[in-house]
Design a protein around this ligand. Structure first.
Ligand SMILES: *[C@@H]1O[C@H](CO)[C@@H](O)[C@H](O)[C@H]1NC(C)=O
Ligand SMILES: *[C@@H]1O[C@H](CO)[C@@H](O)[C@H](O)[C@H]1NC(C)=O
Ligand SMILES: *[C@@H]1O[C@H](CO)[C@@H](O)[C@H](O)[C@H]1NC(C)=O
Ligand SMILES: [Zn+2]
Length: 449
């Protein structure tokens, strides 16, 4: 497809088909609350439900942090409630709208010569048209290396794009690494970081070693409808934008919509919930197209990486419950090796249900279930100070800190033979040789991943 045609399509399709007024979070605060007992934790759960509060993350353990959005109209009441219950909290974000306005306010300096070709940078978060425009630019500019693949269409008819990066004379024969981002709309650092990986792999000659004997399939924005919605309507939107049985509550949580143990723990049947699982597995065109594409390449893809935020975790399946795959130790060892490359951001590593909440229908569980041996969810920065409104000035630090881990994954995959993962029974016990560091306590899989 020609660049011009592509850009035209993107421009047409990104125009907001959205009538909702933009949601303002002016005067809204984010409270970080650390329940000290299970009773306090339950109390907070009930309180947020009763007041209809937006939960940015739930406390999983005693003394872990629950991040709540506090509307100005409820602040006094909620403060009384908290005082009466004698639960302390800290104000993590004093004015959410200010944080939102400041998140993406850098001046991009695009050299004139390049402005015509693409508008992508990593000093700001970008609309879908710039991300897609950049992918298209790369495919045009490096035709021997990069292929733009349209794998389907979103609910609102945006194209779903995967970029294949391969220096093989017969692409499709190398072992491959799959990377996706943007499953959850509001986690802006994810598409930014994933597109940074693309830039590094394609445009930095010193990284050519990462293309030796490995193909890459990279999808920076799996949920483009939701992503665009966070720019034009509601910065904190998480789900897809499909119509549900409740006209005032659209959207399905795509990371509860994958077809392995779909509908189990940590999911909701309520369309108004942020963890609504949908009417069936793969009800969403985005998860359906992605899973079908991956299935078609499942003998080639050896490693599945999906990027979310926030919390700084490397999460290992299974997440539907505290269940360890038979080769969990291999998965843990590789994850530990990968995070050992980080120098700026500390990540906690562990089984996702044990470390956070159980949550069924996640993409990582599904990828593991189809025989991709190494499957991980990464929760990028930060640990709550900025949360989803992580300033754009941290895109490059986050990407640069993570990038060396890709070398670890390449070394693993490039030496992997084509033996499929064993399908022996999973176990609920940690395999005995696992170096199971006690999870460094904090939040949850319930809302974040
Ligand atoms: C939680 O924190 C409080 C205050 O720091 C401490 O006294 C208590 O022992 C902690 N509880 C747990 C279960 O770690
Ligand atoms: C880049 O942005 C400028 C200014 O908005 C616009 O005129 C131009 O068409 C964009 N270029 C591409 C390739 O999207
Ligand atoms: C692609 O492979 C060729 C042949 O092995 C090599 O000369 C070239 O440097 C590689 N290019 C990249 C971008 O990796
Ligand atoms: Zn997420």
């Amino acid at each position: 497809m020609s660049l011009l045609l592509l850009l035209t399509i993107v421009a047409l399709q990104s125009s907001p088909a959205i009538s909702d007024p933009a949601v303002s979070y002016s005067g809204y605060k984010v409270w970080a609350i650390s329940p000290r007992t299970n009773e306090e934790n339950q109390f907070l759960g009930k309180m947020s439900q009763q007041y209809g509060l937006t939960v940015l993350r739930e406390a999983r353990f005693v003394n872990s942090s629950m991040d709540l959005v506090i509307p100005p109209t409820l602040e006094r009441d909620l403060k009384n409630v908290m005082d009466n219950a004698n639960i302390p909290f800290v104000v993590a974000i004093n004015d959410l709208q200010t944080a939102i306005d400041n998140q993406n306010s850098n001046n991009d300096e695009i050299p004139n010569s390049r402005a015509a070709a693409h508008n992508m940078t990593w000093t700001n978060y970008h609309r879908l048209s710039n991300i897609y425009g950049y992918m298209s630019y790369l495919a045009t500019t490096y035709p021997n290396l990069v292929t733009l693949i349209n794998i389907g269409t979103s609910y609102e008819k945006r194209p779903l794009y995967v970029l294949r990066i391969s220096n093989s004379s017969s692409p499709g024969t190398n072992p491959a690494i799959w990377i996706d981002g943007g499953i959850h709309a509001r986690e802006w650092i994810s598409p930014a970081t994933v597109s940074y990986f693309i830039q590094q792999l394609v445009e930095v000659p010193a990284n050519a070693k990462l293309l030796k004997n490995v193909d890459w399939y990279i999808m920076p924005v799996m949920n483009p409808d939701g992503y665009e919605y966070t720019f034009v309507s509601n910065r904190l939107w998480r789900k897809t934008r499909s119509v549900t049985s409740n006209p005032s509550c659209p959207g399905v949580d795509p990371n509860r919509n994958f077809g392995y143990k779909w509908g189990g723990l940590g999911t909701s049947t309520n369309p108004c919930s942020d963890i609504f699982k949908g009417t069936k597995a793969f009800s969403e065109p985005e998860t359906l197209a992605t899973s079908n594409y991956i299935l078609g390449k499942s003998s080639q893809i050896k490693l599945y990486l999906t990027f979310h935020s926030y919390g700084q975790y490397a999460l290992i399946p299974y997440g539907y419950d505290v269940v360890y795959p038979p080769d969990y130790n291999d998965m843990l060892a590789l994850a530990n090796k990968a995070v050992s490359k980080f120098t700026k951001y500390q990540f906690s590593v562990g089984n996702s249900a044990a470390l956070l909440y159980a949550a069924a229908g996640g993409s990582d569980d599904w990828a593991k279930s189809i025989g991709i041996k190494y499957s991980y969810t990464f929760e990028l920065a930060d640990t709550g100070a900025n949360g989803f409104t992580l300033p754009a000035s941290q895109i490059l630090p986050v990407g640069q800190d993570f990038f060396p881990a890709l070398e670890v994954f390449v070394s693993q995959v490039a030496t992997t033979t084509t033996v499929r993962a064993t399908t022996t029974k999973p176990t609920t016990k940690l395999p005995t040789t696992a170096t199971s560091k006690k999870p460094t306590i904090t939040p949850c899989r319930c809302i974040c991943p």
